[in-house]
Design a protein around this ligand. Structure first.
Ligand code: ADP
Ligand code: AMP
Length: 220
């Protein structure tokens, strides 16, 4: 299964990506996580990406595309993968589609998680992330068992530096302009299902499995 998760910041892509990964045994390729890891290690890629991320802008297409296509060459993606946060522009979608077609492994499904802007702001201003294992928590909706500590790996949790309200609003604007066109792009290819993501995590998880089964039946 080769799955793309689409949706604005805060829609729950990372949260649902982890659930899908555990259910189907597929690797998650989270482009934001990869850029943040590079930035923390101070690599050239990380330094190039950081200035864009801090502003709430997208990293230039060629940087994101090269990074993802290299990652998709790794053997653990052979049985499938979950792309979280890529593609985010039409140019990225075209590059991805071209590379996957050349490899004879086209996308299976694109799941479009839908939430309103105010829900996104509320979720993101309460988000805490584990920089080690990437699990996501929330001060309002999903508190860790011990304050400030990851339930699973015990690492200290952090707020992301781009999760302040002004940067969140900028990211929502960039999403509408750059990424919203991908909904039509994938819909026209018969690959997309919308998911109402304004519901508790477990309810969204059920809707995700339903949408996926629907698409995979259509594909069969
Ligand atoms: P994205 O990857 O789309 O930006 P995340 O998965 O990181 O979104 O979720 C954003 C924040 O919202 C996190 O703090 C997460 O715990 C929380 N969250 C995710 N899904 C839900 C949900 N269905 N209801 C309430 N909060 C949620
Ligand atoms: P995310 O973790 O998905 O919220 O992404 C955080 C930030 O990483 C975004 O605001 C962008 O600056 C950058 N980023 C992640 N994925 C992409 C992508 N596919 N194209 C461009 N920039 C990206």
């Amino acid at each position: 299964m080769r799955i793309v998760l689409l949706g604005p910041p805060g829609a729950g892509k990372g949260t649902q990506a982890r659930r899908l990964s555990e259910r189907y045994g597929l690797p998650v390729i989270g482009t934001g996580d990869i850029f943040r890891d590079h930035a923390a290690r101070g690599t050239a890629l990380g330094l190039a990406a950081k200035e864009y991320m801090d502003r709430g802008d997208y990293v230039p297409d060629h940087i994101a595309v090269n990074m993802v296509l290299e990652r998709l060459d790794q053997p653990d993606t052979r049985e499938g993968f979950i792309l979280d946060g890529f593609p985010r522009t039409v140019a990225q979608a075209q590059a991805l589609e071209g590379a996957l077609a050349a490899g004879g492994r086209p996308l299976s499904a694109v799941l479009n998680f839908k939430i309103g802007d105010e829900v996104a702001v509320k979720r993101l201003t309460g988000r805490l992330v584990c920089p080690n294992c990437k699990r996501v928590y929330n001060l309002n909706f999903k508190r860790p068992r011990v304050e400030g500590i990851c339930d699973v790996c015990g690492h200290r949790l952090e707020a992301r530096s781009d999760d302040d309200e002004a940067t969140i609003r900028r990211r929502l604007l960039v999403y509408r302009k750059e990424t919203q066109p991908l909904v039509l792009y994938f819909w026209e290819r018969g690959l997309l299902r919308d998911i109402d993501a304004e519901a508790p995590e477990e309810v969204v998880a059920d809707r995700t499995i339903e949408a996926l089964s629907d698409l995979l039946d259509l594909e069969a």
